[in-house]
Design a protein around this ligand. Structure first.
Ligand code: FMN
Length: 254
């Protein structure tokens, strides 16, 4: 394997870190690589927040679904979908009939932010720095807006915790679903019941009937733990609040 593929294949999410600050030169290397990520129209519709302040990390560890390891990460990066910068520049440039950023602009900016985030993940990994995504940064929109000082047209799309690997760390490689269910040729293939059962067969082997949700099978268990959970509901509420902000302003102008 070449070094790029080796980095991709050796990465796992890291939630335990060496108690050492990220060196400035390593952070700079990660940021330099990240800013080379492809970006829609070369507009760089994202911003990156570097967070080292312990008090802020502690707050994030609570607001992001109570995950204490966030506070123990030496560095946190928040990837922001950012249309504010261009909107302000358009205003400064006296653009005529200037429309407010809308949902399409938001989604494009989220694409940009996520592509940058994954570039940072691989750059960090290549330097012996492990990472973990925190999707819960999309929850509690109002609190995160206040905490991070986000203007109207900036949305926190993803967060990463970063830290050097602890000594003697044994990575745990989590299984992926078989490629035949994930990669479709030329046209989307809507899986039938038999294919779904085959796809999830290995997951179903892990099912325990004595689970805290009273779930009777793996589908019920996963729904209770993920899609039907409090955090998933809060994420949708939070994103609706952010969307109301963007769309509300759009409606006001029409
Ligand atoms: C969008 C996204 C959000 C995630 N959010 C969290 C999180 O809040 N907490 C956490 O511990 N891991 C989180 N993860 C990490 C996943 O749990 C992890 O990638 C997955 O279990 C596969 O494991 P691996 O990365 O070690 O291969 C997230 C990953 C992604 C891509």
């Amino acid at each position: 394997m070449n070094p790029v593929l080796e980095t991709i294949h050796s990465r796992t999410s890291l939630r335990r870190y060496k108690d050492t600050a990220i060196r400035d030169d390593d952070l700079q290397t990660i940021l330099d690589a990240t800013l080379r990520a492809p970006t829609a129209g070369n507009m760089m519709l994202y911003s990156i927040l570097t967070i080292k302040d312990q008090a802020v990390k502690i707050t994030l560890s609570k607001t992001c679904d109570n995950q204490p390891f966030i506070a123990r990460a030496p560095l946190v990066l928040v990837f922001l979908a950012d249309y504010q910068r261009w909107f302000d520049y358009y205003r400064l440039s006296d653009v005529e009939d200037l429309r407010e950023p809308d949902v399409g602009d938001l989604l494009l900016a989220i694409d940009d932010a996520l592509i940058a985030a994954q570039t940072a993940v691989l750059a960090a990994e290549s330097l012996g720095i492990g990472t973990c995504y925190i999707g819960d940064i999309m929850e509690n929109y109002e609190a995160h807006r206040e905490l991070l000082g986000l203007p109207d047209y900036v949305f926190p799309a993803a967060m990463l915790t970063l830290g050097y690997y602890p000594d003697n760390y044994e990575p745990k490689f989590r299984n992926r679903y078989d490629q035949e269910y994930i990669v479709h040729n030329e046209k989307y293939r809507h899986l039938n019941d038999a294919e779904l059962k085959a796809m999830f067969a290995s997951l179903e082997k892990e099912f325990s009937p004595n689970n805290k949700f009273g779930a009777k099978n793996m589908g019920q268990f996963t729904y209770a733990r993920k899609t039907g959970s409090e955090f998933a509901r809060e994420m949708s509420r939070s994103i609706r609040a952010a969307l109301e902000n963007w769309q509300g302003r759009q409606a006001e102008k029409q």
